[in-house]
Design a protein around this ligand. Structure first.
Ligand code: PLP
Length: 401
């Protein structure tokens, strides 16, 4: 059968499938049903009444539980609401409006602010930058993290470079893990801007798909050893541990940055939702509790990653390349004429993240990368969607032959 007749048959099926966002499936959310019966007490370990205002930094027991998992000392963690993305967004707002430790002035007073964006990367990082007029400079991503020769040069030479976005473990969308050498170089590189910051979005810190979890070097500790702990902002959340809409998030950094962050957030809030924090402590208990819970997630989504790999191997060997992540939520598929493939898929009822979304300004100069989010659909639907996607890749290849 030609790709053209396969495509005609695909369109005939009248599918309506969605591979766009990396959402947990309902069955994954069911794993956390016990949360609805918790907490059993509104008292925190130190006697705090969780029902009331106060404790802007978040409960110590929750910070202690996550400290080793996100590689930040408990005293240097702030617990946020359900969205770590909001913490990232607000960090930039604070930097625009209030000088950070080490900064000569507020970022709004800078003639230009530049962020380095390893590509492919996470579209929502880019939309935060776009919102605030922060210039984005793409940096190629290798199998062990961003191209550090490029990063070191730009950070050392250009004082407008104030930030870099990093998803260091099971990266979105490629699933790669930063090597020890990459992390060491990020900690050690000289920066022209005294207020240069690494936005270390460790969204998938505990989201392993195999029994051999990836190890990530401790950027905050390495930077502190170099005398510059201030350069690191760590973010994480339980969005894909417990409930994406009702989890807890974390900001971690040096003591000076945490003081700066809390001073600013004190103007926004009189205190976080400590009942939800208590609920999470009772439910997850400790590091072993988190690991056991994440294994249950892996049992549900591991087969989905395997299925995508199997279908792509059967259908597209030689026509495309893709990643086989050991954790996280995404697979990155590289094909010729990605935008056309996405358009063909859409016309056949298969929604994919827009081509280019993995690059700043939506501009993938090679028109190559498609992000696949396999977690939400059940296996049968996923199989239909990836088979359909493969037909679209073959059709576009045939049209350009
Ligand atoms: N960071 C990365 C790299 C993500 O992939 C996602 C969600 O897909 C988020 C952050 C969003 O996290 P949160 O739900 O804590 O806002």
């Amino acid at each position: 059968m030609t790709a053209q007749s396969d495509y005609a048959a695909l369109v005939q099926q009248g599918l309506s499938l969605d591979l766009t966002r990396g959402k947990p499936s309902p069955r994954q959310l069911d794993l956390s049903d016990a949360l609805f019966r918790l907490p059993t007490s509104y008292r925190a370990a130190d006697g705090t009444d969780g029902r009331n205002y106060g404790n802007l930094q978040g409960l110590a027991e929750l910070r202690e539980l996550f400290a080793p998992l996100i590689q930040v000392p408990a005293g240097q963690i702030v617990v946020g609401g359900n969205a770590s993305l909001a913490l990232m967004h607000d960090t930039i707002v604070h930097a625009l409006l209030t000088p950070m430790p080490g900064a000569a002035r507020r970022w709004v007073e800078e003639p230009e602010i530049t962020f380095l964006c390893p590509v492919p990367g996470y579209d929502r990082h880019f939309t935060i930058c776009e919102r605030f007029g922060i210039k984005m400079v793409p940096v190629p991503m290798n199998a062990d993290g961003p191209d550090m020769d490029v990063v070191e040069r730009l950070v050392a030479e250009d004082a407008s470079v104030k930030g870099i976005w990093c998803v260091p473990k099971y990266s979105n969308p490629s699933g790669i893990v930063y090597s020890d050498e990459t992390v060491r170089r990020l900690a050690a590189m000289p920066a022209a801007a005294p207020d240069f910051r690494i936005f270390w979005d460790n969204a998938y810190a505990v989201h392993h798909l195999t029994d051999t979890p990836a190890e990530l070097a401790d950027l905050l500790a390495l930077s502190a050893a170099q005398g510059d702990a201030d350069r690191v902002f760590v973010y994480a959340s339980t969005s894909k541990v417990t409930l994406a809409g009702s989890g807890v998030s974390f900001f971690g950094s040096s003591p000076a940055n945490v003081e700066w962050f809390l001073r600013n957030t004190a103007k926004q809030s009189i205190g976080p939702d400590k009942i939800n924090q208590l609920r999470h402590v009772e439910f997850l208990r400790d590091g072993a509790g988190v690991a056991a819970h994440m294994r249950r997630h892996a049992e549900l989504i591991g087969p989905k990653f395997e299925l995508v790999d199997k279908v792509l191997t059967e259908q597209l060997g030689g026509l495309a390349t893709w990643t086989s992540p050991k954790g996280g939520y995404f697979i990155s598929l590289d094909v010729p004429h990605a935008a056309e493939v996405v358009a063909k898929a859409k016309a056949a009822g298969i929604a994919l993240t827009p081509a280019g979304a993995t690059h700043p300004y939506g501009d993938d100069p090679a028109d190559r990368t498609i992000r696949i989010a396999p977690t939400y659909p059940e296996l049968a639907e996923l199989e239909q969607a990836i088979n359909g996607l493969a037909v679209c890749v073959r059709l576009v290849a045939e049209e350009h032959a």
